[in-house]
Design a protein around this ligand. Structure first.
Ligand code: OGA
Ligand code: NI
Length: 345
């Protein structure tokens, strides 16, 4: 067993099984409309993937492939720098954007380092999670001087993936029988953020995880990953951890907690985690689509009725986001806020 700080050690039931197994993976969907001339076919593929898996991969997604390559190169160049250089843009309690190397998921430290930035800069956010406090604060990005072009590549990539985000939200809306633009208004002052993840090789992959099991709190997540692999999804049908196979030129999509609430659980946000290995470093680049801070998240009226009453009480996304982010900095004594706190039993 290698030398690993106690803070990284997962409890026994959450450790990875590192045996490789071939099992049925998440769906792969071709978004090109020349591939299917019938949009309804595509909409039903998306709907089935959201319903049965909460996860899928897409190809022909419209994000230029050379940009996908460029962002991976930029991520590596950034994380390859000495710690001293990365610490110049280190995030703290005042500014949660920038570099960070000791994030915790469910109070266990993740084997990774990250760089975070906002899609909309600046962004306004509640100053505290307290409901009666209506003070706001401004969040803005911190950009490193090096590597050169880092900022430009990140921003260009984010702009392209944002377009794909809207396209997917439209397809998901259609798959729920809603008008295609039903979700768009919620993102006018979006709190969306992009993250570069670096998972260094780990001496004890059987004890630690790159990211512990969690669900994404946003509406939708779009992830670019390299060819190393490590992302695993908890299969809805039987709870088995299924690897997401790295697929050339594909992006990984998952439904977050907000779509679970909007759809009144027609679609569920699914648990996932990242397994590390002792040989190869891994890079991944998620964009988390978050609505505006003033959005009250609740089951959509069109999707509830007498026979299917709302399963959640409304919650303010800005307040929720602020409360949730507190656990990223330190171990909390109690479990952090979850959408289940708003569940109507
Ligand atoms: C995340 C996440 C997956 C990955 O950062 O929320 O689930 O493949 N990342 O890095
Ligand atoms: Ni995630």
């Amino acid at each position: 067993m290698g030398e690993v700080d106690q803070a990284f050690i997962q409890s026994i039931q959450h450790r990875a099984n590192l045996d490789t197994i071939e099992i049925e993976g998440i769906p792969l969907i071709n978004l090109s409309l020349s591939h299917t001339t019938d949009i309804n076919l595509l909409v039903s593929e998306i709907g089935n993937a959201c319903k049965n898996w909460g996860f899928f991969q897409v190809i022909n997604h419209g994000v230029p492939l050379e940009l996908l390559e460029k962002i991976k190169v930029a991520a590596k160049a950034f994380f390859d720098q000495p710690m001293e250089e990365k610490r110049k843009v280190k995030r703290d309690e005042v500014n949660p954007m920038g570099y960070y190397e000791s994030e915790h998921t469910k109070n266990v430290r993740d084997w990774k380092e990250v760089f975070d930035f906002l899609i909309k800069d600046p962004t306004f956010l509640p100053a505290s999670p307290e409901l009666e406090d209506d003070e706001m604060r401004t969040l803005s990005n911190q950009w490193p001087e090096n590597p050169p072009q880092f900022r430009e590549v990140c921003q260009e990539y984010a702009r392209e993936v944002e377009k794909l985000g809207y396209k997917l939200l439209e397809l998901i809306a259609l798959s729920l029988g809603l008008p295609s633009n039903r979700f768009n208004g919620y993102f006018e002052d979006q709190l969306s953020r992009m993250r570069l993840n670096h998972y260094p090789p780990c001496p004890c992959p059987e004890l630690a995880l790159g990211v512990g099991r969690h669900k994404d709190a946003g509406a939708l997540t779009i992830v670019a990953q390299d060819d190393v692999g490590g992302l695993q999804v908890k299969r809805k049908s039987d709870g088995v951890w299924v690897p997401v196979k790295p697929t050339p030129n594909a992006l990984v999509i998952n439904v977050g907690d907000i779509i679970q609430v909007w759809s009144n659980e027609a679609y569920e946000s699914v648990e996932h985690r990242v397994v590390v290995n002792s040989e190869r470093e891994r890079f991944s680049i998620p964009i988390f689509f978050f609505p505006s801070h003033y959005v009250m998240v609740k089951p959509l009226e069109e999707l509830v009725n007498e026979g299917n009453p709302p399963k959640y009480k409304p919650y303010n996304f800005g307040k929720f986001n602020v409360a949730r982010n507190r656990s990223n900095y330190k171990k909390l004594e109690v479990q952090n806020i979850q959408i289940s706190d708003f569940k109507i039993i």
